[in-house]
Design a protein around this ligand. Structure first.
Ligand code: AMP
Ligand code: MG
Length: 403
């Protein structure tokens, strides 16, 4: 039996980054950049008005106030998107809209709110300093600047930046293709009527969703009976993918045939059994380039092992190195003890009260209690033979927050 840390290290040492592919930038949301993005021009490319108002020579309006206004002649009108060759001389101004290039001679903009227009003249009611209300060339992005780093996650701001940079095509890492198989004679598809002794397949749906949530592509290959021939056929199909996930049948019961069938299919075992609760019987192996995880059947075990082992592998394959969840310190609200020799993964809920965080564990921490994961928003790692005292500060891994 190896520790969870060692198991993860092993998985990460085997998982390797996938090839890049080029996509239209509009399809890059949620993908991982496979190239550094530099800017080939300044943004903005020209000095421009940052406010609607009048482009002026700031020296013309020093010491100006409501009581002591200055009147300037309006010599042109400049909307955004237009340019003018007209230069401003002393005593003159140009009516300008936000985003329009600053006309020659002008070094500041007085906003409309500080003026009063009378025919072709405007009364300036407030002074402005040189450069006030002007956005400068390159103040957002400089030509040649590294703007988005390889390995970064493309969210809305990154996608907007690609558009601003005129990067209509972008290299992203190929998404890992992940096959998911449920095993067990008692497992049936949701939608049919249950006979006594049967339960609906929830694992494959949970696992496929987890795959999607961390950026992979999931392919549900259905349910295999605890029968070597049937299972073997499905496994061979699953071995064509980047990752194969199985759930159930990895313990040492009479019908737990997954590990043997995997070995017969040529999967090289890298570990089997991890010192973690829930999720001890977890299997990990490899055939050619395919990573194979045999996850335990209990729903919490399969999903938490995905969280701890499969998700880091997927993120690494995508070119990310930040598989760690965001962690916060919080006070544990109860006494909890781990008398066993395996690390416990405690499903907790983090709440913020009176400007401090506290966590409470779900009342049942058994592996079959899927409700505990539905309820939880975090995990507290409780090492073997350790306890957490009521009120003690702990580190909470936030399940729903990713940075
Ligand atoms: P196993 O690891 O096959 O011994 O299964 C352990 C427990 O998890 C049993 O109670 C199974 O019925 C349950 N289980 C196995 N596979 C699934 C599944 N796909 N969905 C929901 N529960 C499952
Ligand atoms: Mg089973």
């Amino acid at each position: 039996m190896i520790s969870l840390k060692e198991a993860r290290k092993k998985v990460l040492s085997v998982a390797s980054i996938l090839n890049p592919e080029e996509v239209k930038f509009t399809f890059s949301l949620g993908r991982i950049l496979a190239e550094d993005i530099y800017s080939s021009f300044d943004i903005p490319e020209f000095n421009r008005a940052a406010m609607d108002g009048y482009a002026v020579i700031s020296k013309d309006v020093t010491n100006t106030s409501f009581q002591n206004p200055v009147t300037l002649k309006i010599i042109a009108d400049l909307p955004a998107g237009k340019t003018t060759k007209i230069k401003i001389g002393n005593g003159c101004c140009i009516r300008i809209m936000t985003g329009a290039p600053m006309p020659g001679g002008a070094d500041a903009v007085v906003m409309f709110e500080d003026t009063k227009e009378i025919k072709n003249y405007v009364r300036i009611l407030r002074s402005v300093n040189a450069q006030e209300n002007v956005a400068f060339a390159g103040e957002d992005v400089k030509k040649g600047e590294l703007i988005l780093k390889k390995g970064s996650f493309i969210r809305a701001p990154q996608l907007a930046m690609l558009a601003a940079l005129n990067r209509t095509k972008v290299k992203v890492t190929r998404r890992p293709r992940v096959a998911v198989i449920s095993t067990g004679d008692e497992i049936v598809e949701p939608g049919v009527k249950l006979k006594t002794g049967q339960i609906y397949d929830s694992n494959s749906y949970g696992l496929c969703s987890q795959v999607l949530e961390c950026g992979g592509k999931s392919y549900r290959l259905g349910i295999a009976k605890d029968n070597e021939k049937i299972l073997s056929k499905k496994i061979l199909e699953g071995l064509k993918f980047d990752i194969l996930l199985l759930s159930g049948g990895v313990s040492e019961g009479v019908y737990d045939i997954v590990v043997n069938v995997l070995k017969d299919a040529g999967v090289k075992m890298l570990f089997w059994k991890v010192a973690v609760k829930p999720g001890k019987p977890t299997f990990f192996g490899k055939r050619d380039k395919t990573l194979v995880f045999g996850l335990p059947g209990y729903p919490v075990s399969s999903m938490l092992n995905f969280e701890n082992l499969v998700r880091p592998a997927i993120l690494k394959m995508l070119g990310r190195n930040d598989w760690q969840r965001f962690k916060v310190r919080a006070n544990f609200e109860e006494l909890i003890r781990n008398n066993g020799d395996r690390t416990n993964l405690i499903r907790v809920k983090l709440t913020g009260e009176n400007e401090r965080y506290c966590v409470i564990p779900f009342p049942s921490q058994k592996s079959g209690i899927l409700k505990s994961l539905v309820w939880a928003n975090g995990i507290v790692v409780l090492p073997a033979r350790k306890e957490i005292k009521k009120g003690e500060e702990v580190l909470v891994e936030l399940l729903n927050v990713e940075f």
